[in-house]
Design a protein around this ligand. Structure first.
Ligand SMILES: Cc1cc2nc3c(=O)[nH]c(=O)nc-3n(C[C@H](O)[C@H](O)[C@H](O)COP(=O)(O)OP(=O)(O)OC[C@H]3O[C@@H](n4cnc5c(N)ncnc54)[C@H](O)[C@@H]3O)c2cc1C
Length: 497
């Protein structure tokens, strides 16, 4: 910042940083309760649903959207393609460009966190609220596209239990049509769900296209330092909620001097609060796939149905157990994906994606400079757990995926191919992720093993709260959007007392 620039100043009761899945829920719930909220988002805010300004690609739930991405990548890697780590830079965050699959995981996931206030039975009302706000519903059998209708038959023939509702905290292994936050073909994002009801309430202000640099505590509150159009902006609040996502939230804390003092000094940041675990515990569901070329009849059938209506590439999901699932609970997701053309998820083939839902590998995220526009260094360290747990779960899942593809309901419309290479080298070369990174400011009771306390407050700070998936000590065995919204609901409830 140039010495002559004077910062524009704003204030609110609560400043929420990041208008994503969690942040929109925090801001919306607080504003609805009469709290004056200022929401700061790095990406554009296109206004309410129906404003006519939301890009078609962002609304269209048939495939992932790609236009509003932060652009994080691993850079070149030996022996394999670089990783891309998609994160949305737009109001609604990743809920505005994701697959819109709604899942909740299993009750044991949240109970295992061992954090007061976050056990499954304490979270149930917040799950119910999140599912209602996000308009979650299950696809009905008559909505299954030509490929997914066959997947249901193939799964049943292969011996899977077919379930009508996969969004069930008490259910175990099963296969079925997915539950989604899709409303009349629109990806129903958290901004529509939580901000639209309070946009005219007088309690919500929004600064969009504003990148938050850091947060600083004062005697009575906290001040957010942001940059808008190259100009400094400061926003004061009694409380600041950081909901900038799994990479953004630890980066803001690190730029604020909250982290491992040695690491901070190495990148030119003066330590303020010693919190060695900021940026650690980064983990995700690693994913690989098995696939086949389609016969022309199937491709034409998908094209035909797509011309007539809404045919998403992803509609069915299986939860299964690997040989390592000794607790008797599912630890694998298998989800078929198919589109008639090339999309982010498919290369025009029929795929069965396989994800390890109980990953043990851990990486980290670290800023490389105090510049808020500089991308952090992200190292996911996929498949590095010393016992090879994660790679074993993936290999077992690939065997099930091949079994599914070989059922006649699918084999009849797919071209035969040699069996997939299940070697360690092949899985390591091909591993991707399920877009579900979490855990970089984990919450817990003991400051020695966590960054935030049970109410999200950063240990060592009075007025700064984390309110997104960075809080998760361990990722649930679920797609993480609804859990992220639940975190927003829960943090808002704590702030409202
Ligand atoms: C391609 C993709 C597909 C996915 N598919 C699914 C799916 O089908 N189902 C599912 O359940 N989950 C899915 N997920 C995961 C899910 O969407 C995320 O886990 C969830 O949205 C994370 O919510 P969050 O609030 O923690 O972060 P985000 O939603 O990422 O929100 C963070 C917000 O903070 C803003 N921000 C970041 N840094 C700053 C800064 N310095 N200043 C100001 N603002 C900042 C960002 O722009 C963003 O809007 C998918 C994710 C991706 C990327």
């Amino acid at each position: 910042m140039a010495a002559t620039q004077r910062a524009t100043t704003h204030s609110a009761d609560v400043v929420v940083v990041g208008g994503g899945s969690s942040g929109a829920a925090v801001a919306g719930r607080l504003a609805a309760a009469g709290v004056n909220v200022l929401l700061v988002e790095a990406g554009p805010d296109y206004g309410p649903f129906g404003s006519g300004r939301w890009p078609k690609e962002i609304l269209d739930a048939t495939a992932l959207a790609t236009s509003h991405d932060w652009g994080y990548t691993s850079g070149p890697l030996p022996g394999r393609a670089p990783f891309t780590w998609e994160r949305a830079r737009i109001m609604g965050g990743c809920s505005a460009h994701n697959g819109a699959i709604a899942a909740v995981g299993h009750r044991s996931d949240y109970d295992a966190w061992g954090v007061p206030g976050w056990a499954t039975d304490e979270l149930r009302p917040f799950f119910a609220a999140a599912l209602a706000a996000m308009r979650v519903r299950a696809y009905q059998p008559e909505e299954a596209g030509p490929f997914h209708a066959r997947c249901l038959v193939a799964a049943e023939t292969a011996g899977w239990r077919i379930a009508s509702d996969l969004c069930d905290l008490d259910a175990n292994e099963s296969f079925g049509l997915e539950t989604v936050n899709v409303f009349e073909g629109v990806r129903w994002n958290s901004a529509f769900a939580y901000l639209d009801p309070v946009r005219d309430s007088g309690h919500l202000s929004i600064i969009d296209r504003a990148i938050v640099d850091r947060v600083e505590e004062t005697a009575t509150g906290a001040v957010v330092h942001a940059v808008v159009d190259g100009q400094p902006v400061t926003i004061g609040g009694d409380t600041v909620v950081l909901a900038a996502g799994v990479y953004g939230t630890p980066a803001i804390l690190q730029r604020s001097g909250v982290g491992d003092p040695d690491r901070l000094r190495r990148v030119g940041v003066t330590p303020v609060v010693e919190s060695p675990l900021v940026g650690s515990n980064l983990h995700d569901h690693p994913m690989v796939n098995a696939g086949r070329e389609m016969v022309d009849d199937l491709r034409r059938a998908i094209e035909h149905e797509s011309a007539r209506g809404f045919v998403p590439e992803e509609q069915t999901l299986g939860k299964s157990r690997s040989s390592l699932a000794t607790d008797g609970l599912y630890d694998t997701h298998l989800f078929p994906v198919c589109a008639s053309t090339q999309t982010t998820l498919t290369d025009g083939r029929a795929l069965v994606e396989v994800a390890c839902m109980t990953p043990r590998s851990r990486g980290r995220v670290d800023i490389v400079s105090p510049d808020p526009e500089a991308h952090p260094h992200i190292d996911h360290a996929y498949l590095t757990d010393p016992d090879d747990h994660d790679i074993t779960v993936l290999r077992d899942g690939l065997v099930l995926a091949e079994e599914l593809l070989s059922q006649s309901a699918l084999a009849d419309v797919l071209l035969p191919e040699p069996a997939r290479d299940l070697s360690d080298a092949a899985i390591r070369r091909d591993v991707m992720h399920y877009y579900h990174p979490v855990g970089t400011t984990p919450m817990g009771v003991d400051p020695a093993t966590s960054v935030c306390g049970p109410t999200g407050h950063v240990h060592g700070m009075q007025h700064v709260v984390v309110g997104d998936v960075s809080l998760m000590p361990q990722v649930p065995r679920a797609n993480t959007n609804i859990p992220a919204v639940v975190i927003g609901e829960r943090i808002a409830s704590f702030l409202l007392g």
